[in-house]
Design a protein around this ligand. Sequence first.
Ligand code: HPA
Length: 234
Amino acid sequence: MTIHIGAKPGEIAETILMPGDPYRAKWAAETFLKDAVLVNEVRGMLGFTGTWKGNRVTIQGSGMGMPSLSIYVNELIRDHNAQTLIRIGSCGGMQPHVGIRDVIIAMTASTITSPSSAIFREVNYAPVADWPLLRAAVAAAENRGAKTHVGGIYSSDVFYAERDDLDAQMVRHGILAVEMEAAELYTLAARHGRRALAVLTVSDHLQTGEALPAEDREKTFGDMVKIALEAAFA
Ligand code: HPA
């Protein structure tokens, strides 16, 4: 047991899928895992462990934003032997060729600040995905016929952004989408020698104002879970 994760030693798998929303973790575990059992409910941040095609998997909520994710990922890595961590979540599209429902696989994640910024000081560290995991996820997404984009994303500290000029610079520099967690996940995985990836679905678009209809959310989320599982065990 750690401060924020109530699981007993051995109850968490080495492979972990991390949606922001704990109820998504519950839905994904009940839908895709065999024999899923609840292993964490501290602060309602639900986590479940089960198996997928005979492989042990934990699906653990991260909460929203890098400070929240950082707490769970630190404890999962330091105390629960997490080896492979895949964020599954939504993002806001930033390029005209990126559409609602498209899958984004994040090669890099830029930030202004993250919980790790203080240790880098003057260096603009470039958080990067695990390459074999990224390659396997791209293959899995393309096999499912998902319209997939691979490239840089931006991990923001705010959902309600007030800096139009910053969005414009991100767009100008080819950033595909914005979300709030991947950069810190990649940084922590690199620090501890673990594998990390973010597989995202475009739920809204910053330029067009379009948003994913509520009835489509479950299907697109399910596609991400399958891509993440196939990549983890490729
Ligand atoms: N901004 C930040 N995070 C997000 C967004 C957004 O527009 N959409 C989904 N996650």
